[in-house]
Ligand binder design. Sequence first.
Ligand code: CMC
Length: 390
Amino acid sequence: AGMTTLDPGFANTAACQSEITFIDGEAGILRYRGYPIQELAAGSSFLEVAYLVIHGELPEPGQLKEFSEQLQANAALPPELRAMLDAFPRNAHPMTLLASAVNTLGAFYADSTDPGDAEQVDRATMLLLAKLPTIAAHIYRNSIGEAPVAPDESLDYVENFLRMTFGELSGEAELDSLFVKALDLLLILHADHEQNCSTATVRVVGSSQASLYGSVSAGINALFGPLHGGANQAVLEMLEEIRGLGGDVDAFLAKVKDKQSKTRLMGFGHRVYKNFDPRSKEIKGLAAEILDRQENPDELFELALKLEGKALADSYFTDRKLYPNVDFYSGVIYRAMGFPTNMFTVLFAIGRLPGWIAHWREQRLDPAARIARPRQLYVGHAQRSYPGRV
Ligand code: CMC
């Protein structure tokens, strides 16, 4: 009707202008603020990238140090928030608890919830970045029945998170530093991805001038779904299922190709990339490096390699331009580090937080931004009369 066009999943509708992330899906290009993802992956750190994504420019060394120290100094959780986390069911999915805890930050720090006040927005930005890893580690420790580990101000962001999660890492210094490097890299690769489902959610919620905490909490719930961030968990479950079937990759692919089965090859396909997801290339190399260090070959990684090879040689996938995405190999790395599958999407959330914040802040300052309010094409009944009571 009139100007309204039907566009399911917003595949052709740009809802905003943005300066944060550039993607060319046909060419497999991804840049944050103009910097190619490969260069950031090779030389930067997650905190530097977080600063870049949020503020638009790389930090000066002094700014990076100050940024990092502020996050370290604010990593601890208020006792009431810890008590709240301790009261949650221990067997709940960590993503459910993460979204709840982030929403509740708006109650503990109510003096930083006004989107109209730039200082409050800066404070909410800092508190979210500082506390998300601590909340995530606390949820994990509770889930395994171990006492939470307090943040250590002398450690940097990623190392501190790993210590709060595992207490000790592998115990082997070289492997520990490889794990820190690997997680740092994975977080860099997840830091932003323009208008994906969770970021679009953060923008939609923020467009009503809801707080940053409430908007990010909504984004975490969007990320949880298996078609989005939940795919990293689903990939591992799929690999385990195939192993359970005696490793028969062909039988599994036949099931995927049979549309009746409603089975998808998890970790494959993307709305925007019709070519290799440049993040998956970086992650595959990292997976090989880490799993090389293990004594026994990792069966699930081998299965993933086999699955990828067969799929890329199969016209079902090549005709539809389905390639491995960011989630295909990340899970095997998280698993090698000792994370249980239900923590994988939490790691994605820690990585994506700078992107969510950057988009929310960009929208806040965008003079063209309006409340998000899509239209619809009504296809229900025409007017009819209520029959009245008998
Ligand atoms: N396995 C089998 N077939 C697939 C897959 C897949 N993974 N992905 C797409 N297809 C088929 C789909 O059935 C359709 O076929 P046809 O034209 O015969 O009906 C065609 O390819 C186009 O698919 P679509 O559903 O229209 O694509 P979309 O852009 O709406 O969905 C997607 C994108 C990522 C949700 C989808 O590819 C998918 O479900 N992939 C598996 C889940 C996954 O790995 N998600 C992570 C995405 S990347 C990071 C993130 O967002 O977290």
